[in-house]
Each structure stands twice: as structure tokens, then as C-alpha cells.
Design a protein around this ligand. Structure first.
Ligand code: NI
Length: 167
């Protein structure tokens, strides 16, 4: 297992659109394990593969207190959305920024699990938010893209300054 480096906004690699995993091989299973370890260590509740510079579509999520209920979504696709909810979101690639974002209240997602078996999941509440947030990463988008241009500029400047200070 290995801890992976998490790319930080405004790293242009976060803007790459992910491509499908062709087959769930041992290499892919290893990436899933490394992503989970990286997410738990951060600590975070969700991580998309592009955040660790892996271009194939993988999302890991764990909302449990004990961090023992990992959810792995390979090639995930949202097929149904319903309702609306708001939540103050954060992101491991956008450190120390928390903003209220509006998303669907319920989603149905289709994906492969970490063994390559297709499944469908209906989610609501925080899990639905997390799924929508992580799937946006696979499209090369970040939650801050949903904010006003002015706010986006401020966040970008702050993060660029932080990055320089920690170099
Ligand atoms: Ni994120």
C-alpha cells in the first residue's frame, strides 16, 4: 500500500476528464487500496482518481465513523437524480475552503465494485452529495466552479499563495 499525492487546485491536471477503466485488474485493485489509504490518512470522506493523477474513473467514499465501510465506484454513472439539498462542502484538492453547494437530494448510480461486478446504488443525503461531488471530479470539475467568479478568483489566489508558502 502507498500514500498517493493529492493534487491541489489550481493544478491543471485536476481539469482532465477521466476515461473508463477497461478491466478491473490487480493493478486497478491496488490503485483502489492506495486511494482508500490516502483518503483515510488525509483524512477525507471521498476521493476521485484524478485527484491522485490517475486518469481512469475510480471513486472511493467512506462516511462511517469507524472508517470501515469503504464504497468503491469504478466507472460510475448517475442515472437518476431527484429533489434538492444544500450542504457545506469541502474538498481535499481545495484545502480549507468550505462553501454551501446545492445538489440533488437523491441519486441512483451505476458502477462496478472493486471486484469488477456491476451494481446499482440509490443514495440520499450526505452519500448522495458525496457521490455527486466525486463524479464531478471525473468530469474535470471542482465544487468551487459552482461559486461566483469573484469567489472563485479569491479562492484561487489564496491557494496559490498557500502553495508558495509551503514550497
Ligand atoms: Ni473533492
Amino acid at each position: 500500500m502507498a500514500l498517493l499525492e493529492i493534487l491541489k487546485h489550481p493544478d491543471p491536471r485536476l481539469r482532465n476528464k477521466s476515461v473508463p477503466v477497461e478491466e478491473v485488474t490487480d493493478e486497478i485493485k491496488q490503485i483502489v487500496s492506495d486511494m482508500l489509504e490516502t483518503m483515510y490518512a488525509a483524512p477525507g470522506i471521498g476521493l476521485a482518481s484524478i485527484q491522485v493523477n490517475e486518469p481512469r474513473s475510480i471513486v472511493v467514499i467512506d462516511l462511517s465513523e469507524e472508517k470501515d465501510q469503504p464504497l468503491c465506484l469504478i466507472n460510475p454513472k448517475i442515472t437518476v437524480t431527484e429533489g434538492e439539498q444544500e450542504y457545506e462542502e469541502g474538498c481535499l484538492s481545495v484545502p480549507s475552503v468550505y462553501e454551501t453547494i446545492q445538489r440533488a437530494e437523491q441519486v441512483t448510480v451505476e458502477a462496478l465494485d472493486r471486484e469488477g461486478t456491476p451494481f446499482e446504488l440509490k443514495a440520499e443525503g450526505l452519500l448522495a452529495i458525496c457521490i455527486q461531488h466525486e463524479l464531478e471530479h471525473l468530469e474535470g470539475k471542482l465544487f468551487v466552479d459552482r461559486l461566483s467568479k469573484l469567489k472563485q478568483q479569491r479562492i484561487k489566489k489564496r491557494l496559490e499563495k498557500q502553495a508558495k508558502e509551503t514550497m
